[in-house]
Write a protein that binds this ligand. Structure first.
Ligand code: NAD
Length: 256
């Protein structure tokens, strides 16, 4: 029985992924790999992204819910619905994020709010919503998707407010790792380099891709599955002694 294969890394774990409905995105790639490793996956996303449809593509036994991570009420309602259906939350991937390629002097207050609210406030709100269930279990793994742009002061598409939001995620995750380690809850970050998803779609022609690839030691852009693999590692017991870490998945774009 495939579903009872005890070799699967996430057997029977309940994994929640924010911003997971975009079929070309890091979140959905993570959902697929987690489901393939035996997890029951819950995809959260905005209504327009159709999270239930995305979850249906994973097969039976998974769930898709509408939840805007900038709303504390919607995060709490989603967590309550997940606990009502599955009884627990083992893994939370704080993946929802938006970017905007503008320079410092052009960032408006509204831009700042929009960009920071999804990545940083959303990471806080959804973690606050999931932690009570993890506390009850005295176990859990929270994975926060930051960005190489937090570490090097800009990636290729994000403005300074995006770098700030993603650097904020690193600090928030490390502080939560300190606070909740005693309760068996691990909190780690992934800092992706340039990954080909809808965020980059249409903005990079082949010549530009080749130019960027020539600056990367592994000589290619990242794939969504590269990030998914790192998420499976951090969500599973393979990483049982890792908390507060920042896992670079960038092809060597930044080595430090
Ligand atoms: P994507 O646009 O495919 O995915 C982002 C998802 O977040 C979308 O499904 C979107 O609907 C959802 N979302 C937006 N606002 C939301 C909200 N308020 N509440 C809930 N969901 C919301 O892009 P992606 O490239 O897959 O990005 C995933 C994450 O990875 C983001 O946090 C992004 O900043 C980060 N990242 C991406 C790259 C890259 O090169 N693609 C690099 C570093 C970091």
């Amino acid at each position: 029985n495939f579903e009872r294969d005890t070799n699967m890394l996430l057997q029977d774990k309940v994994a929640v992924i924010t911003g997971g409905a975009g079929l070309n995105g890091l979140g959905f790639a993570t959902a697929r790999q987690m489901a393939a490793q035996g997890a029951k996956v819950v995809i959260l996303d905005l209504d327009r992204a159709k999270p239930a449809d995305a979850a249906a593509q994973l097969g039976a036994g998974h769930l898709g819910l509408v939840a805007d991570v900038t709303s504390k009420e919607q995060c709490e309602a989603a967590a309550a619905a997940i606990v009502a259906k599955f009884g627990r939350i083992d893994i939370l991937v704080n993946n929802a994020g938006i970017t905007q390629p503008v320079k410092t002097l052009d960032i408006t207050g509204a831009d700042y709010d929009r960009i920071l609210d999804v990545s940083l406030r959303g990471t806080l709100y959804m973690s606050q919503a999931a932690i009570p269930a993890m506390r009850k279990q005295q176990s859990g793994s929270i994975i926060c998707i930051s960005s190489v742009s937090a570490q090097r002061g800009g990636g290729i598409f994000g403005g300074p407010h995006y770098s700030a939001a993603k650097a904020g995620v690193l600090g928030l995750a490390k502080a939560m790792a300190r606070e909740f380690g005693i309760e068996g809850i691990r909190v780690n970050c992934i800092t992706p380099g340039l990954i080909e998803t809808d965020i980059t779609q249409g903005k990079l022609d082949d010549a530009k891709k080749a130019e960027i690839s020539s600056t990367i030691p592994l000589a290619r852009l990242g794939r969504a599955t590269d990030i998914a693999g790192a998420c499976v590692f951090l969500g599973s017991d393979l990483s049982a002694y890792c908390t507060g870490i920042t896992l670079d998945v960038n092809g060597g774009m930044l080595i430090h």
